[in-house]
Design a protein around this ligand. Structure first.
Ligand SMILES: *[C@@H]1O[C@H](CO)[C@@H](O)[C@H](O)[C@H]1NC(C)=O
Ligand SMILES: *[C@@H]1O[C@H](CO)[C@@H](O)[C@H](O)[C@H]1NC(C)=O
Ligand SMILES: *[C@@H]1O[C@H](CO)[C@@H](O)[C@H](O)[C@H]1NC(C)=O
Length: 459
């Protein structure tokens, strides 16, 4: 360490050692380390639409924390669809909150990559600092040097081996890890910390993130575990989920369990686990020793003080909502709240039945394809096999998703939970033409109709 410091600093350090002892010199080292590198942050909310309020709320909250901690706007790069603050359904126009008692977290958030520019390709290009590969957006990239620290935070829906973006394609685990390897090869950071909240989020790194890249990743869930939304209230329900949002917020959730836990400075592991019910197991991957670093190195002086102390006995046990169910609860409430016989009621009914039948359609189609490929007995068993990494041939997985969608329509955010099934088809050696035939046989005559026609046809 001292070799890098000039003589004056060395003397100061020595003085500090002599006068105040070891703790101070350690702190001195840390501050010194801290001061030579720039702190960068990339924040991503991968969803859009009102019922996904919470993801952009988490993101905005994270921005405020970093900004208050001293990170500069030119070093914080934000990916958000930006359809929440000014959404016609927002009871507080222009404002986003992330906690029942929270203030606006939207003000000042940079709008780097919004709308269709909030996409997977731009996310990769921003991490890699490759301006020429960007489409749209502010042009801000992680233009980092070898002494810099990078914090990446992602919040949204996920599925085995991928996390969503407002518009397809999603972020596939293999692509993200390739990007991280490339970033490491370019020697343009010192250490990186990645926080990721989504269903099945462990599958983004399990057996994929190599050690030695100086990257520490923590996820909200195991590779095959759901994520949880919190601070929700849905009309017709007897109580809230987590704490009640303010009265003007109905039929929605303000945050997600892992995100609000790390942002609010709480006993994060315990709170996320929630005593094993309506909770998930936080996971860590990559270079675990980085976990010992002070978070302030990455998040600035306002960083949360987490403790993962396993021996506190605050086993909370509150209700939270499975991330995948929020849309349905929102639509059911909309239907219940609309006046009897009104146009709004009909519209809500139509939308609700549409989403339910879409879900049924995806569930049944995947199951049926599995039965064609592996037999009625074995189909479900093969599709549900859990292994890490999810799949060996990621091209196969991506092409099976495309083949499915070409015959059966969009997989949808909900339907992505079946990705594991497609992965297992690849793992079992199913060929593209077999998959094509099975999907065609399953969704058959509908394949030449547009999605809207398909919906009409089904009704
Ligand atoms: C940046 O992206 C462009 C376009 O995708 C690509 O051709 C180029 O090789 C990339 N540059 C680097 C340094 O990776
Ligand atoms: C338990 O929870 C209480 C109230 O939230 C908090 O004040 C206390 O510090 C917690 N203790 C531990 C050991 O987690
Ligand atoms: C936590 O779970 C254990 C075992 O399931 C149960 O006995 C205990 O009552 C739970 N604690 C709370 C606070 O719900």
């Amino acid at each position: 360490m001292f070799v890098k410091i000039n003589v004056a600093s060395f003397l100061i350090a020595l003085f500090v050692v002599l006068t105040e002892g070891r703790n101070v010199i350690e702190r001195f080292d840390e501050d010194y380390e801290d001061s030579i590198g720039t702190k960068w942050a990339v924040l991503v909310a991968g969803s859009k639409e009102w019922y996904n309020y919470r993801h952009q709320a988490n993101l905005c909250h994270a921005y405020q924390l970093l900004k208050k901690g001293g990170l500069k706007d030119e070093h914080i790069i934000v990916f958000m669809y930006d359809d929440i603050a000014n959404n016609p359904e927002n009871p507080r126009p222009g404002v986003i909150i992330n906690n029942p008692h929270g203030h606006d977290v939207y003000k000042g958030v940079p709008k780097d990559y919004t709308g269709k520019d909030c996409n997977a390709q731009n996310f990769y290009s921003v991490i890699l600092g490759n301006k020429s590969a960007l489409t749209g957006g502010s042009g801000k990239v992680v233009n980092s040097g070898p002494n810099d620290y990078i914090f990446i935070y992602y919040t949204d829906h996920g599925a085995p081996g991928l996390v969503g973006m407002p518009e397809d394609p999603p972020v596939y685990a293999i692509d993200l890890n390739e990007v991280l390897k490339k970033k490491h090869a370019s020697r343009t950071y010192k250490k990186m910390v990645f926080y990721l909240e989504a269903c099945d989020s462990g599958s983004m790194f399990a057996d994929l993130l190599d050690e030695g890249l100086n990257i520490y990743a923590t996820t909200s869930s195991k590779p095959d575990e759901d994520g949880w939304a919190t601070y929700c209230y849905f009309t017709g329900d007897t109580s809230c989920y987590g704490e009640c949002p303010p009265k003007d917020f109905k039929d929605n959730c303000l945050g997600d369990l892992f995100s609000v836990s790390w942002l609010e400075n709480r006993y994060i592991h315990k709170r996320v686990l929630n005593n094993g019910t309506h909770g998930s197991h936080m996971m860590q991957y990559g270079d675990l020793h980085i976990n010992k670093d002070a978070l302030s190195i990455y998040m600035g002086s306002n960083s949360p003080k987490h403790t993962s102390s396993a021996n506190n006995n605050n086993a909370s046990n509150s209700r939270h909502v499975n991330q995948r169910d929020v849309q349905l609860l929102y639509l059911i409430s909309k239907f219940q709240n609309a006046p009897e016989g009104s146009r709004r009621k009909n519209e809500a009914y139509r939308k609700l039945s549409e989403v339910i039948s879409e879900r049924e359609h995806v569930d049944k189609s995947v199951k049926h394809i599995g039965q064609i490929l592996f037999g009625v007995e074995n189909g479900q068993k093969v599709l549900n096999i859990v292994r890490q990494p999810l799949v060996d041939d990621w091209h196969c997985l991506k092409s099976f998703v495309k083949i499915f969608e070409s015959h059966c329509g969009s997989l949808t955010s909900y339907g992505k939970k079946h990705i594991r099934g497609f992965a297992n088809m690849c793992n079992a050696g199913i060929q593209r033409d077999q998959m094509d035939a099975a999907a065609k046989q399953t969704c058959g005559y509908m394949s030449c109709l547009s999605i809207t026609e398909k919906r009409r046809f089904k009704r």
